[in-house]
Design a protein around this ligand. Structure first.
Ligand SMILES: NC(=O)c1ccc[n+]([C@@H]2O[C@H](COP(=O)([O-])OP(=O)(O)OC[C@H]3O[C@@H](n4cnc5c(N)ncnc54)[C@H](O)[C@@H]3O)[C@@H](O)[C@H]2O)c1
Length: 275
């Protein structure tokens, strides 16, 4: 999709971090916007940064399919089309796999994986019918292409987003659909992700008892991130315009992907990407 002007973008997780920057850049491209998040205040703040852009906001919990269906209905009722869907909402949990909790699996898989599934299921059937090009971008992570110590739950969720996006791409190619797909795989960058707990449901509150040290490491790595959320958003929009599938904004991080692939292909045991 080379021209974004006057087209309609939907952003989940638009109340903070990368989602907010994606919304701002889409607005700067002249797009109309549908902003979704569980954080209503964050959504309103994002909207206030968009100037005269035509936009609607809707409190949406991506773990709930019916809320994504309602978001799709709002999009089509308001703007008649949906061109660019960002399945971006995400949360993180830390700690060794053996002490990860059932609550963490339910929470992280619910937001990071089922949130993307729900976005695809709510929007793609209508995109297929609308007779105009569209594009689906899902935010995975470098943790979707590598395996990071102390991040088992998060890595499983993000590997799922990568393969889900690859399968979606193949399915749409087979259907000869004019719908592009991209999967975004950034390394650490500064956002609110280290404070994911702020949006954690009360009923899924049991944390990994051994998670604190890993969480501190992640927090420090995020603070030290070399690229900004705006940089990541810009690279993402460039990839959409170029119809590029894999988006790896941190060039140096490619080495850890190569290392993992070489471990697999050369029958070696896994090398830590942190080594
Ligand atoms: N920041 C990083 O270092 C980094 C690296 C790789 C990937 N990512 C991914 O980037 C994406 C955006 O995260 P971010 O870094 O901007 O963090 P962030 O915390 O600033 O933003 C995430 C947003 O998702 C929203 N959210 C959480 N649960 C939700 C739910 N159930 N339904 C709807 N919205 C919900 C939050 O309210 C928040 O506004 C995530 O998918 C994250 O996993 C981040």
């Amino acid at each position: 999709m080379d021209s974004l002007e006057n087209r309609v973008a939907i952003v989940t997780g638009a109340g903070s971090g990368l989602g907010r920057e994606l919304a701002k850049l889409c607005a700067a491209e002249g797009m109309k916007l549908v902003l979704a998040d569980v954080d209503q205040k964050g959504l309103e703040e994002t909207r206030s940064m968009l100037g005269a852009t035509e936009s609607v906001v809707r409190r949406t919990d991506v773990t709930k399919r019916e809320e994504l269906d309602a978001l799709a209905s709002l999009t089509y009722d308001t703007f008649g089309k949906a061109h660019l869907l960002f399945n971006n909402a995400g949360v993180a949990a830390s700690g060794p796999v053996w002490s990860s909790t059932a609550d963490e699996w339910a929470w992280v898989m619910g937001v990071n994986v089922m949130g993307v599934v729900h976005g695809i299921q709510a929007f793609v059937p209508r995109m297929l019918e609308q007779g105009e090009p569209a594009h689906v971008v899902s935010t995975a992570s470098l943790a979707g292409l590598t395996s990071v110590p102390g991040s088992g739950v998060y890595c499983v969720s993000k590997h799922s987003v990568v393969t889900l996006s690859e399968c979606l791409y193949h399915d749409l190619q087979m259907a000869k659909a004019d719908i592009g797909v991209s999967v975004l795989c950034p390394a650490f960058f500064k956002t609110g992700i280290a404070e994911s707990e702020r949006n954690r449901p009360q009923e899924l509150s049991e944390s990994n008892p051994d998670g604190a040290a890993f969480a501190q490491f992640v927090k420090a790595a995020i603070e030290a991130g070399k690229l900004s959320a705006e940089d990541i958003a810009r690279t993402t929009l460039d990839a959409v315009k170029a119809d590029r599938f894999y988006i790896l904004p941190h060039k140096g991080a490619r080495k850890s992907v190569e290392l993992r692939m070489n471990d697999i292909l050369n029958d070696r045991n896994p090398t830590s990407p942190m080594a």
